[in-house]
Design a protein around this ligand. Sequence first.
Ligand SMILES: Cc1cc2nc3c(=O)[nH]c(=O)nc-3n(C[C@H](O)[C@H](O)[C@H](O)COP(=O)(O)OP(=O)(O)OC[C@H]3O[C@@H](n4cnc5c(N)ncnc54)[C@H](O)[C@@H]3O)c2cc1C
Length: 535
Amino acid sequence: MLMEKLGMDKIEESKNRVQALRASRKDIKWPLLSEEEKHHLVHQYHPDYKKEAYGEIRIGPNRGEKTVLEVVKLLEGESSIASESISLSAARQVDVLIIGGGGAGATAALSVKEAGASVLMATKLRLGDSNTVMAEGGMQVAISPDDSPIQHFMDSLRGGHMENDRTLLKTLVESGPSVAKWLLDIGVLFDREEDGNLSLRPGGGSSRARLLRCKDYTGLELMRVLKDAVLDEEIEVLEFSPVVELLTDGEGICTGAILKNLDNNKYLTVQAKTVILSTGGMGRLHIQGFPTSNHYGATADGLPIAYRAGAALTLQDTFQYHPTGAVYPEAMAGILVTEAIRSVGAQLVNSNGERFVNEMETRDAVASAVIRECQEGRGVETSSGRRGVWLDMPLVDLLNGEGTLKDRFPNMDRQYSRYKIDISKDPVLVYPTLHYQNGGIKINVDGESTLKGLFVAGEASGGIHGRNRLMGNSLLDIIVYGKRAGRAASLRASETEFRKLTLRHLEEYQKEQKSAGVVPQIVSPILFPDYVNKD
Ligand SMILES: Cc1cc2nc3c(=O)[nH]c(=O)nc-3n(C[C@H](O)[C@H](O)[C@H](O)COP(=O)(O)OP(=O)(O)OC[C@H]3O[C@@H](n4cnc5c(N)ncnc54)[C@H](O)[C@@H]3O)c2cc1C
């Protein structure tokens, strides 16, 4: 109790310093880092460069390459059906099977339906339970007169450390305006200015204001409309039915999947002419012990199943740690505090009340600067041992007029007010939170993986964002590549017959495990983090 009291006193002292120094730093413009300074900062402090957190992948298409130990374990894991006897005769047949009911999956399903192919969606939780629904800050689209897809391309390439797949990126930015129009047409209510024009805001690492948003619940609005459209189109959705394994014809073509019904633990074999995987990200792996902003189902299920069926990964060693995850109160640890708040003036300050970075640097640089402050003793420690720096949000009202925070960020305001924290009066503690997998399953511009017949859309795919996704580019990605994958998978299905259903790829993978001396440490996909539903 005494420890806690002393801790709280120190935190209060630090908070008072932040309040006292607010007026003096309000108008100071903090310089952007040079490329060299940024390189140095990121290499020294970003978790992606912590060598001991990485290991070699010993089997499969990316054999000999590295990724974090948590993902190595997943890729080298044992299939959950290895010890089951499962009938491979198809209980269901469909042109296109969509796996995952978030933004990318829903968009792909609509696109398949439009193309006239038959479609079935299987998802782990309910339709819409996903990371998409949690997206806050907005979607980048180059539509203002002073902007262009080329500018958007350059910003994204710089943000991605020049390692983005340029063809994928070009298609992403060029498709932005048309997919934004499509979203408006199907009913998404993006914020508008008083004159009725769409409102655009700046985002970290972007040279132009190009974020379309719906206050601070952009993903909720997108998913509301996509979900309605899926239901209106009467697309069949199997909920609580995660995929646990893919099926192939034994000759390198994906031909279906095995689903597990979570209500009765029974398996369902689905034969499909093509499969679209849109299972999202991996925050719930808690890489390097980080908290996460992701939903409970974000356990990277798509990676091991696609990998052992023969699909290569790309940039599987790079992850995004969003600089501003909540630290306090404990119940909010890891929850995202949207970057958009920094874009309208909230400053990051250390325990001494001093600024230490330009808040609009790319996420990897800002996260690295926060980690540096904490490692070098300029962070604030809570009574439960979490560390963080201050995000001085009351500045937003000082700079933009009273009421701005509550008006533009109602979601954030509501989350904190539950714990009696008034974000228009008090700064809050933040620290990087595991947010996004920059890499994933390698795709071409139609969303097809290196395993023929397996298409991938959304966060499960890799390449578009290089080593660091720019804010707002994922919501764009899921719509652009959801549509492309849907169209291409439908076209392929129209030219294809149903093929054999086998698990030969799994047998071959098991042989490879044996000959490489790999003893699986876990069953993968894991489906849920191990702290869920513990008795
Ligand atoms: C808090 C938060 C804020 C964000 N803010 C922004 C933002 O402002 N702008 C932006 O561009 N991006 C943002 N992002 C990132 C963006 O929201 C996601 O990257 C994107 O929505 C992912 O979409 P998806 O369809 O690929 O995956 P998801 O939306 O996560 O959907 C994946 C779906 O697959 C299902 N699934 C998982 N495993 C299985 C399985 N084994 N079988 C069947 N189904 C499965 C899941 O249940 C889910 O329905 C944010 C992310 C978070 C977490």
